[in-house]
Design a protein around this ligand. Structure first.
Ligand code: THU
Length: 137
């Protein structure tokens, strides 16, 4: 699936956003190893902090649906931003845990701007699973 098609899926996912507080909808589309696409949207909450971003919704939904962590091929993310959307730091950390560092991430906006990057580029000097290897058990 090419970048444009996966971005179209992210735009569809964005229509499902629940954003009564920010009114800022975000969509994410996560491509799995079998070619299936998992949608994510942001889901907000009156208490604010329990809200979840589109990217994490997509990853958690795919894993809850039976996909293996780090088996994903690409993620597209879209918001109504001036340039390609920048994922938040928490989502970058979760991507680093649940996706391979070289997984493709396509950032976009509703005007059609696209930027292709990777999980590792989005989170340099990441703290990840291997950093816990020296813990005495
Ligand atoms: N948001 C996302 O879902 N993904 C991003 O990449 C940036 C921010 C959400 C969180 C909140 O619901 C709204 O956008 C405004 O920050």
């Amino acid at each position: 699936m090419d970048n444009g098609l996966l971005m179209q899926e992210a735009i569809k996912a964005r229509t499902k956003a629940y954003t009564p507080y920010s009114h800022f909808g975000v969509g994410a589309a996560l491509l799995d190893s079998e070619g299936h696409v998992h949608h994510g949207c942001n889901i907000e909450n009156a208490a604010y902090t329990p809200g979840n971003c589109a990217e994490r919704t997509a990853m958690f939904s795919a894993i809850a649906g039976g996909q293996k962590p780090r088996s994903f091929k690409a993620m597209a993310i879209v918001g109504d931003t001036e340039g390609p959307i920048a994922p938040c730091g928490v989502c970058r950390q979760v991507m680093y845990e649940l996706c391979e560092p070289d997984m493709k991430v396509i950032l976009g906006n509703l005007k059609g701007d696209l930027l292709e990057t990777t999980v590792a580029e989005l989170l340099p000097w990441a703290f990840g699973p291997s950093d816990l290897n020296n813990v005495k058990k």
